[in-house]
Write a protein that binds this ligand. Sequence first.
Ligand code: SF4
Ligand code: FES
Length: 390
Amino acid sequence: MSEGTKVAPPVGLLAELTHRCPLGCPYCSNPLALEGRVDELDAAAWGRVFREADALGVLQVHLSGGEPASRRDLPQIVGHCAEAGLYSNLITSGIGLTEALVNNLADHGLDHVQLSIQDSEEASADHIGGYRGGHAKKLQVARWVVATGLPLTINAVIHRANVSRATAIVELAIALSARRVEVAHAQYYGWALANRAALMPPREEADAAWAAVEAMRGKLEGTIVIDHVAPDYHARTPKPCMGGWGQKTLNVTPSGKVLPCHAAETIPGLEFWTVKDHSLGDIWRNAPAFNAFRGIEWMAEPCRSCDRREIDFGGCRCQALALTGDARATDPACHLSPRHDVVEAIAKADSAPAIAPGLLLSRLRAGAGESVRRGFLDMPPRPRRSSTAN
Ligand code: SF4
Ligand code: FES
């Protein structure tokens, strides 16, 4: 695609401010090779990225991580976002936030907070995150956020260890005065892909949780908005991943690489440009990685002639690669994929009842490019440590 070719602007930008995080959730969407603190963009560089995003047409910035509160300059970064006229959403575990910092972020123009919880039950939640006292801290953070008047969304990833409490998670979000709750069945990329056999619930449990949360929807209209993300491996058609490759959003990594999705670096041969060398607009329009799967020209059959090709865009490129070895293939989550049997076989095998202890990869204590193995349901959470941002 040449300079000047018309490409519709993105709506959202995910700013991964850091990959540092005090938690070690086994489904983390960060890459297995974490970027280190020394490579992180500074606040001024993020300010430039936000101005370029605004010029490009971006409306919303999701300030994410890792844990964004691991950065001492988070208020300045939020301020740069507000100065650029962008709606800012802080995606946080809550660990590292204090009441004073929440108020400071609100004063710097933060618009919304999305707070993750690991479960509705404290012991299980702390175990999943690998952080003793984490759940209680999150409940406290939720109260501070609501007290500032900022809208609050609660987000929880659903997997084998908490699938029976999906509705209790919605009830907890209501008790915390959240306006929205996202109940997202685990998506298997990065750390979650490595831990898939320990995370995937049996199909009947996933189906029951799905039906129970859907049943709450009507009853809770006007009380809370429920965003519900389906379990891919049990679906009939795939999700429209990222709203289509290079169509709605872009991700900027802590070091400034710009990706079409959080897992794009798993696809071999793609060339990623960085905000250090190019403007965001140039990257969005011309970077080879963004044009690799834009539109429908790249599609093979059965997607190419399917009437859903501009609805789900053939599903997820990263999942197609991970499960078939070919990023151009139809996402095998689709029942029309010639490789759909792969998904069915994995769903059956990985949701078997036994969980082998010690199989889980955790990013706890992991530095850049490192990972640590730990048991999931059999290891006590590590002791609480200071929540001061490092
Ligand atoms: Fe979507 Fe392709 Fe399946 Fe059609 S064949 S439903 S476009 S993934
Ligand atoms: Fe990369 Fe779906 S996560 S396209």
